[in-house]
Design a protein around this ligand. Structure first.
Ligand code: ZN
Length: 464
């Protein structure tokens, strides 16, 4: 069996981006007047054959006849975003999202690669299903849609799937997770860690000790108590984080913590890092910006798993993202039909849309309008937490690369002066369950390129 070489072993430009079906776009695209990482003077960036071939002062590059020239005066050029955690619902719930509609949402959000979780129907627990997901994404060609394989067969938590066969398939599955459910059996998780370590694939854990969250619908705290909602305590997450950190320490696999949501998880991640344990972590935009104060609305759109927590958790998570204790942002984009969300809070399905709003939320919170007592970050920070780190953690070639000559043209462009108002029914997703309905956001993704082809331009996606 061969596994795609890691960037450390081989230069990523030595082999095709991701085993993509479609070759890179042949024509030229000129990005006129952009600011790479929002820094310095405006530049022209010329893309040809899917690669950045020239960067020079704005107005100085003459493109070939027929080139697509995009006037992007003063907009910010970043590597295309990478989302380690989405739910595109296909196969099984195509009424709420499909690989096609989810890919369109991803392109509009600035993403060039997403990893779609295995909790579909049927579950992604065989090479055949993984290859179907990968091929459907490639046929749409708006975004690389990488299937995540399940850790246990049918997400039942009893026997391991064939990691090796899925890793060796055309889908080249490089991440395994039972997300939606926790692998709570410590013996099964130990075997998974040992197996994954031998293959050098990533295991991503949804940390939730199920015996501590039975019937829980909201964060266990004052707000839930006041409203009579069953509480989901922090310890249900943290007890699995520390158990899995110790498994990774003793049995050597690479482990990743999905949607870290508590202050205590941050402390445990910091401890793991001090002990050189190979443990990475993501945080969602909603766990950085929303708290359980939203429960007062009884609005099912705020139900999510893990639940929205308290201000001290959001503050700890923000600090952790800035100092690198939490590696990256992932959206946990989770479409649901309106009948599953517009109902009593405790009947609503957990999950929120995220692909089209995440860049703007992160930019607002860290770059354009950070709270007074929080250090302002730059666009390199956004590139790090939304593109470079996730690509590194997944050893994903071709994505999260520097904006530089010779690098793959997987890119996104952000207009830092384009404010807009989020409306679920204007998004490309088949569902409209955004928790940011009616919220004004300060910046907008205007343009996305996948392998040198423009996949999105001011909200218009182009899948040809
Ligand atoms: Zn999850």
């Amino acid at each position: 069996m061969t596994i795609t070489p890691t960037p450390e072993e081989k230069n990523v430009n030595d082999y095709p981006a991701t085993g993509a079906l479609h070759p890179a776009a042949e024509g030229e695209v000129l990005l006129r007047g952009v600011l790479p990482y929002g820094e310095g003077d405006a530049q022209d960036v010329l893309v040809r054959g899917g690669v950045i071939v020239e960067i020079a002062a704005a107005g100085t590059i003459d493109p070939a006849d027929g080139a697509d020239v995009l006037e992007l005066d003063g907009q910010v050029l970043l590597p295309g975003l990478v989302d380690m955690h989405v739910h595109l619902r296909e196969p099984g719930r195509e009424d709420t999202e499909t690989i096609a509609t989810g890919s369109a949402a991803a392109a509009r959000g600035g993403f060039t690669a997403v990893f779609t979780m295995a909790n579909t129907d049927p579950v992604t627990d065989t090479p055949a299903i993984a290859e179907m997901v990968w091929l459907k994404g490639q046929q749409k060609n708006l975004c690389d849609v990488h299937p995540v394989g399940s850790i246990s067969r049918g997400l039942k938590g009893q026997e391991l799937t064939e990691f090796g066969m899925m890793a060796d398939s055309d889908a080249k599955v490089r991440m395994f997770s039972d997300d939606g459910k926790c692998v709570d059996d410590p013996r099964l998780m130990r075997r998974a860690v040992e197996y994954a370590g031998g293959l050098d694939v990533l295991l991503a854990q949804h940390c939730e000790e199920p015996r501590l969250t039975e019937g829980a619908v909201a964060h266990e705290g004052e707000a839930a108590a006041r409203l009579g909602l069953r509480g989901w305590p922090r310890v249900a997450e943290e007890s699995i984080v520390i158990r899995d950190a110790l498994l990774a320490r003793d049995y050597g696999g690479r482990l990743h913590i999905c949607h870290a949501s508590t202050e205590g998880t941050v402390e445990l991640l910091s401890w793991a890092r001090d002990h050189d344990i190979p443990l990475s972590a993501e945080v969602t935009p909603h766990h950085l910006i929303l708290t359980d104060e939203k429960l007062e609305t009884y609005d099912g759109h705020y139900r999510v798993n893990p639940p929205l927590r308290e201000t001290r958790d959001t503050l700890a998570l923000r600090t952790a993202l800035i100092d690198g204790t939490v590696d990256c942002v992932a959206t946990d984009h989770a479409p649901h039909g309106s009948e599953e969300k517009c109902c009593e809070f405790d009947k609503a399905r957990p999950g929120m849309l995220g692909l089209e709003t995440s860049l703007a939320i992160i930019a607002q919170l860290f770059v354009t309008d950070p709270p007074e007592d929080q250090e302002r970050q730059d666009w390199r920070f956004v590139a790090r937490v939304m593109s470079e780190r996730p690509a590194e953690i997944l050893r994903l070639p071709g994505h999260g690369r520097p904006v530089a000559v010779g690098e793959p043209a997987n890119l996104c462009v952000v207009d830092p002066g384009h404010s807009w108002t989020a409306h679920g029914d204007e998004m490309a997703s088949k569902s409209s369950n955004t928790p940011y309905e009616g919220m004004d956001l300060p910046v907008k993704v205007t343009t996305t390129l996948l392998r040198g082809r423009v996949t999105c331009r001011y909200g218009q996606v182009s899948d040809k």
